[in-house]
Design a protein around this ligand. Structure first.
Ligand code: ADP
Ligand code: MG
Length: 662
C-alpha cells in the first residue's frame, strides 16, 4: 500500500478514484439501510478524527470523549426539539425574523419553538463543545497519563448524568424527540439516508483536511513533541498547557459537530447514547486504525461501524443457518451483534499483539541506508566551516557584561540539598565548564536555570532580567537552550521534525494559520525547513542522509548531535550542554569539542557540564567545581587542576598523580 501510493501522481489518482467511488456509492447500492450505515460510519469517522487529535497527536489519554459528542448533540437537540418552549414575547420577534425561532400556539397561549438551523448548529455546537473542552481541560490537563485518563472518565460519566437529571431542559432519561431534520434550499432531509450520507462525507472530508493541515504545521509538531516527551517539549519552547488545551478544544469541537450530525439524522437523543462504551468504541477505532494517522483512524472507524452493522448480523445469520444444518441448538442462539464489546476487546488484544501501530501506522519506518545514501552529503569533521555556519545559525553578537548570573541558588529535594547557595557567572561570549563528582548537583543546576525545577531561594538573571520562576518555554524564548545528560529527543519523530520543533518559539503560525496555510505561513514553513536542513547540514553526512529517519533508530553519537542541532535551531544566546561527550569514543569526542569551539567563535556563549578534563581544559575559560551541592572552587582550568581541595574531593590521589605526570 505504501509503495503503491508513494508517488504523488499515483496517490492523486487513487484519491480521485476513492472520491468518485464514495460519491457514486448511494446509486450503486440501492439499499437504504446500507447507505444509512455508511452515514453512521462517517459520523464515527468524524469522532475518531477528533479523538485522534487528543490521543494520537497530543498523546492525552481521554476516556470520556463521548461527553463532547453529547454536548454537541444536546445543543442541537434542545434548540430544535419541542422540549424547551418559553412564553412568547416581543423579545423573540427579531429571532423569529432570523428564522431561529417560531411562534407556536398552544392551548395556554403563544410559546417559542426554537428552530436553530442545522447548518448554523454545526459550527456553533463545535464552538460550545470547544468551550467546554477548555473549561474542563484548564484545571485537569496538568495531570499526566493515568490520572488524566481517570478524570476524563469521570467527566464522560457526568455529562450523561446531568442530561438525565435536568428533565426541564433535556427531558431526562426519556430523551429529546422530534429533533428537527436539516433542510437545504427548501429540501427537507427527513428520514432519507442519501442526503445524510453526503453531509457525513463532506464533514469527514473537512475534518480530515483540518487534521492534516494541523498535523503538518508548527502546531502539530508541538503536539507530537508533547506526546513524545513533555519535559523536553517545554524545554524546547512549547507552551504545553496552551497546546494541550488547544488539542482538547479542537478534539471537542470535532465531537460537537459530529453530535449535531448524529442527532439530526436520528432525530432523537437520549443520555444512554453517550455513555462510556461509546468513548471506548471511538478509542478502539483510533487504536485499530493507527494512533496519529488521519487516514488510519477513518479506516478504523468505517471498518468497526460496518463490522457492527453489516458483518455481525450476516455472521449471525450464517451461524444460525449452520446451526440448523447440523442441528445444533447452541449455534442457532448465538447473536454476535450483542457481543460487540467482547469482539472489540478481542480485536484490541490482537492489534496489540500483531500490529501495534494500527492498520495504517502514522510513522513511516526508517529503512537502513545504503552506502550511497549515507554519503549524499560531504564528510564534515571537526569544527563548523565558519561562513556557511554563521549564516545558517544566525547568532547575534554576544554583547558585553554577564549574560547569566546565578546568585545564592538553593534547591532541595526533600531532605537532600542538591544545590546550596550556588553562585555562578557566565560572561557574554565565554565558555564556562561545571565539573564535580556524580550527584554533586550539576544537572540540577541546569534544571533550575532552565525552569525545570524550582529553587527555594536565590536569583537567576539572564541578560539583566530575572528568569527564576519563569516556565521553561519562556526561558527558551529568552535565548537559553539546553541538551540533557540522558538524551531527551522526540524519539518517534524523524530527525528533521526534531530540529523543526527546536524552532517552535521562533515561529508564529497558530492553529487558524496552520489550517488556512496562507502565503505567510507557507513562507515561514519554507524558511524553517531550509534552516533545519542547514543546521543538520553542518554535521555533514552524519545527519543530512538521515533527516527522515526516526530518531530512535540513530546511533548514540548521532542522537547527541540531533539534540545539539535541535537546541541550535532555537537561536540561543546561551547553550547549556549537559555532558555532551558522554558515551562518545575519543574521535567523536574530539570532533564534538571542535564543533563546540566553532560555535563559540560564531558568537554563542556556552555553559558546559563535562567529565573529560582534556575537553574542559581545551574549551573552557572558567571552571566551576561543585561538590555535594556546594561550590568548591572556581577559576581558570589550570588553576582548578592544581587546587588541593578539588583534587581531594573530585579527582582522588591517583588522578592527581596522573595529572602531575602529564
Ligand atoms: P549530577 O548531575 O552532578 O550528577 P544531579 O544534579 O543529577 O547530579 O543530582 C544531585 C542530587 O540531587 C543527587 O543526589 C540526585 O539524586 C538528586 N536529585 C536530582 N534530581 C532529583 C529529583 N528530581 N528528585 C529528587 N532528587 C533529585
Ligand atoms: Mg548530571
Amino acid at each position: 500500500m505504501k509503495g503503491l501510493f508513494a508517488r504523488p501522481a499515483a496517490r492523486r489518482a487513487g484519491l480521485a478514484l476513492l472520491i468518485l467511488g464514495l460519491l457514486a456509492f448511494p446509486y450503486a447500492e440501492g439499499n437504504d439501510a446500507d447507505i444509512d450505515s455508511m452515514a453512521n460510519a462517517a459520523c464515527y469517522a468524524a469522532l475518531a478524527l477528533g479523538l485522534n487529535i487528543v490521543v494520537g497527536f497530543a498523546g492525552l489519554l481521554d476516556l470520556g470523549y463521548a461527553a463532547f459528542f453529547a454536548i454537541g448533540a444536546y445543543f442541537y437537540g434542545v434548540f430544535t426539539a419541542f422540549q424547551v418552549m418559553p412564553h412568547w414575547s416581543s423579545f423573540w420577534q427579531p429571532f423569529a425574523m432570523l428564522h431561529l425561532v417560531e411562534k407556536l400556539n398552544q392551548g395556554s397561549g403563544d410559546v417559542v419553538h426554537f428552530t436553530l438551523s442545522f447548518w448554523l448548529a454545526l459550527p456553533l455546537a463545535a464552538l460550545v463543545a470547544a468551550g467546554c473542552g477548555v473549561l474542563f481541560g484548564a484545571p485537569t490537563l496538568r495531570l499526566r497519563g493515568d490520572y488524566l485518563a481517570i478524570v476524563t472518565l469521570g467527566f464522560g460519566e457526568i455529562v450523561p448524568i446531568v442530561a438525565r437529571n435536568t428533565p426541564s431542559v433535556t427531558n431526562g432519561a426519556a430523551g429529546l424527540n422530534g429533533v428537527q431534520a436539516p433542510s437545504l434550499f427548501g429540501y427537507n432531509f427527513n428520514v432519507q439516508a442519501i442526503p445524510y450520507y453526503y453531509v457525513g462525507l463532506a464533514l469527514v472530508a473537512l475534518l480530515m483536511f483540518v487534521s492534516i493541515r494541523l498535523r503538518d504545521s508548527r502546531i502539530g509538531r508541538a503536539w507530537m513533541a508533547i506526546r513524545e516527551d513533555e519535559t523536553a517539549a517545554s524545554a524546547m519552547g512549547v507552551d504545553r498547557t496552551r497546546l494541550k488545551l488547544l488539542a482538547f478544544a479542537i478534539g471537542a469541537a470535532f465531537a460537537g459537530a459530529s453530535g449535531v450530525f448524529y442527532i439530526a439524522k436520528l432525530q432523537t437523543a437520549t443520555p444512554d447514547m453517550f455513555g462510556f462504551p461509546v468513548s471506548v468504541m471511538i478509542l478502539v477505532m483510533v487504536v485499530l486504525g493507527g494512533m496519529g494517522s488521519v487516514w488510519g483512524v477513518v479506516v478504523g472507524a468505517v471498518l468497526l461501524t460496518l463490522l457492527q452493522s453489516w458483518f455481525l448480523p450476516d455472521l449471525t445469520d450464517w451461524t444460525h443457518a449452520l446451526g440448523e444444518q447440523i442441528g445444533s441448538q447452541w449455534l442457532q442462539q448465538i447473536d454476535f451483534a450483542r457481543s460487540t464489546e467482547l469482539i472489540f476487546g478481542v480485536l484490541l488484544v490482537l492489534m496489540m499483539l500483531f500490529r501495534r501501530d494500527g492498520l495504517i501506522p502514522a510513522a513511516r519506518g526508517s529503512a537502513a541506508l545504503s552506502f550511497e545514501q549515507q554519503n549524499v552529503a560531504g564528510v564534515q569533521r571537526g569544527g563548523f566551516a565558519s561562513t556557511e555556519a554563521a549564516e545558517v545559525l544566525g547568532f547575534a553578537a554576544p554583547g558585553v557584561g554577564n549574560l547569566l548570573e546565578v546568585r545564592g541558588v538553593t534547591v532541595r529535594f526533600g531532605g537532600l540539598t542538591a544545590l546550596n547557595k550556588v553562585d555562578l557567572v557566565v560572561p557574554a561570549g565565554g565558555v564556562v565548564a561545571v565539573i564535580g563528582p556524580n550527584g554533586s548537583g550539576k544537572s540540577t543546576l541546569f534544571n533550575v536555570i532552565t525552569g525545570l525545577v524550582a529553587a527555594e531561594s536565590g536569583s537567576i538573571r539572564f541578560n539583566g532580567a530575572e528568569i527564576l520562576g519563569l516556565p521553561p518555554h519562556t526561558i527558551l524564548a529568552r535565548g537559553l537552550a539546553r541538551t540533557f545528560q540522558n538524551i531527551r529527543l522526540f524519539a518517534n519523530l524523524p530527525v528533521l521534525d526534531n530540529i523543526l520543533i527546536g524552532q517552535h518559539a521562533r515561529l508564529r503560525t497558530g492553529p487558524i494559520g496552520a489550517v488556512l496555510r496562507g502565503p505567510g505561513t507557507r513562507g515561514e514553513e519554507r524558511a524553517a525547513l531550509l534552516r533545519a536542513r542547514g543546521i543538520a547540514g553542518l554535521f555533514g553526512n552524519r545527519l543530512t542522509p538521515r533527516l527522515q529517519q526516526t530518531v530512535s533508530h540513530l546511533s548514540y553519537a548521532n542522537r547527541r548531535r540531533v539534540e545539539i542541532a535541535r537546541a541550535l535551531a532555537s537561536r540561543p544566546r546561551l547553550l547549556l550542554l549537559d555532558e555532551p561527550t558522554a558515551g562518545m569514543n575519543p574521535a567523536e569526542t574530539l570532533e564534538l569539542a571542535e564543533q563546540i569551539r566553532s560555535l563559540h567563535k560564531l558568537g554563542l556563549t556556552v555553559l558546559l557540564i563535562e567529565h573529560k578534563l582534556d575537553v574542559v581544559t581545551q574549551l573552557a575559560d572558567t571552571v566551576v567545581v561543585l561538590d555535594h551541592g556546594d561550590k568548591l572552587a572556581e577559576g581558570r582550568p589550570d588553576e582548578v587542576r592544581r587546587n588541593e581541595e578539588v583534587l581531594r574531593a573530585y579527582l582522588g590521589r591517583a588522578a592527581r598523580e596522573a595529572l602531575d605526570a602529564a
